[in-house]
Write a protein that binds this ligand. Structure first.
Ligand SMILES: *Cc1c(COP(=O)(O)O)cnc(C)c1O
Length: 408
């Protein structure tokens, strides 16, 4: 008899997007002629940059010829892409060695899998609201503890991020072994400045804490004082693993490519207190459980770093950020409390007059026919907010703002 991993049984169904779909479908039945505008969408919509398409076409042609065919590649990724990434970091004065960069099929897998390197009984902290993968992947190995009556997990320290603390999480009041940070943040769209992120690195150094830093939205940063990488902070290479993705940067959500940086200096302790470097462990893990990102995909990702690729990526991100700016400015003018949308494609909108997330969601759906995402779906501190994304069509954003203005 095979015994099940009982931790999986503790997982809460991820009903958020199913719940949204159900409510939207119910609305459509009673309002068949309504023109819905979907601002809940968490996926890019613009096509791949032409430079990536051309590179991938060339790679396909190589695969068609025995002389240039590629079978299994290195589990860690091809040198050409690792070198391109290394140059990108070097431009910010961050020196990485090739062996510190691991190409993957995306940041979801890496943020979800990285916890395998650590014992199940480490303590952990997350910012709240949060990208659900960090919590769920820790539930699966028993690290989150048990579900409390208030819907939080007993072994997870929640660091609230709300308007009241300007979305800057307070340092935990006790030490934790592991902390997940995501900046620019999904879902709030907010960032940390260099000095604010430095406090976290200093905390991690002082408390021997490992930081998992998710920089999936790095390419959306517009302001100069927002760090693109945690390694811009002195000492971070000792305490932080950084995870990045081409998904939001270059529209690779359906292509699949990301990478994880595990510096040689970053360590965890064995039960006797001996320091163990995590880089060889992650290498071993990847070589055992992952067989590399496809050659075609990695050629596409490499093209992101060419001058044309950089220009095209900037244009696409500029398009999304134009949507974000429009929504942020219009909603602010209308008197809403609006956060994010400056260095990230997300607007975090406070519901009026203490209204709940779901109530505001329903009002937007039924009264102006706009689909949002209720903030409560990202954690307890998301209550009273909804998330709007800038990934839609510009015309739709304009129309959505006109509808809300008329409604006010
Ligand atoms: C979209 C997103 C990712 C990227 O995931 P991929 O698997 O690379 O597509 C990672 N982290 C956050 C917070 C995200 O929103």
């Amino acid at each position: 008899m095979a015994l099940v991993n009982e931790h999986f049984l503790k997982l809460q169904g991820n009903y958020l997007f199913a719940d949204i779909a159900k409510r939207v479908n119910a609305f459509k039945v009673t309002h068949p002629n309504a023109a819905l505008i979907r601002l809940g969408i968490g996926d890019v919509t613009q096509p791949l940059p032409p430079a990536c398409i051309e590179a991938m076409h060339r790679a396909v042609d190589e695969m068609a010829d025995a002389r240039t065919f590629h079978g299994y590649g290195p589990e860690q990724g091809y040198d050409f892409l690792i070198e391109a990434i290394r140059h990108d970091f070097a431009a910010r004065s961050i020196n990485l060695s090739p062996a510190e960069i691991f190409i993957s099929d995306g940041a979801k897998s890496d943020t979800g899998n990285i916890g395998e390197l650590l014992r199940w009984d480490n303590s952990m902290a997350i910012t709240d609201p949060v990208y659900p993968v960090y919590v769920d992947s820790n539930i699966m190995c028993g690290r989150s503890g048990v579900l409390e009556e208030d819907g939080t997990w007993s072994n997870v320290t929640y660091l609230p991020c709300t308007a009241e603390n300007h979305f800057v999480p307070a340092l935990p009041s006790h030490r934790v072994d592991l902390i997940y940070l995501c900046y620019p943040n999904n879902p709030t769209g907010t960032t940390l400045t260099h000095d604010q992120l430095k406090q976290w690195v200093d905390y991690a150094i002082a408390n021997d804490t490992l930081i998992i830093f998710d920089a999936a939205y790095e390419a959306y940063i517009q302001e100069p004082d927002v760090p693109h990488s945690i390694y811009e902070i002195r000492g971070a290479k000792k305490v932080a693993i950084e995870i990045r993705s081409f998904s939001k940067t270059a529209g690779f959500t359906g292509v699949r490519c990301g990478y994880t940086i595990v510096p040689k200096e970053v360590t965890a302790a064995d039960i006797n207190g001996k320091r163990i470097p995590l880089n060889p462990l992650w290498n071993r893990r990847q070589c055992t459980k992952f067989n590399g990102t496809s050659y075609i995909t990695q050629r596409g990702a490499e093209a992101v770093y060419t001058p044309q690729g950089q220009k095209q990526v900037k244009e696409i991100i500029g398009y999304y950020m134009g949507n974000a700016r429009l929504m942020r400015e219009e909603l602010t003018q209308m008197g809403f409390e609006v956060y994010g949308g400056v260095n990230a494609p997300y607007i975090w909108l406070r519901a009026p007059k203490g209204m709940s997330s779901w109530k505001f969601f329903d009002k937007l759906l039924y009264e102006v026919n706009i689909v949002s995402t209720p903030g409560i779906g990202f954690g307890p501190s998301g209550e009273g907010y909804v998330r709007l994304t800038a990934f839609g069509k510009h015309e739709d954003c304009i129309e959505a703002m006109q509808r809300i203005r008329k409604w006010m």
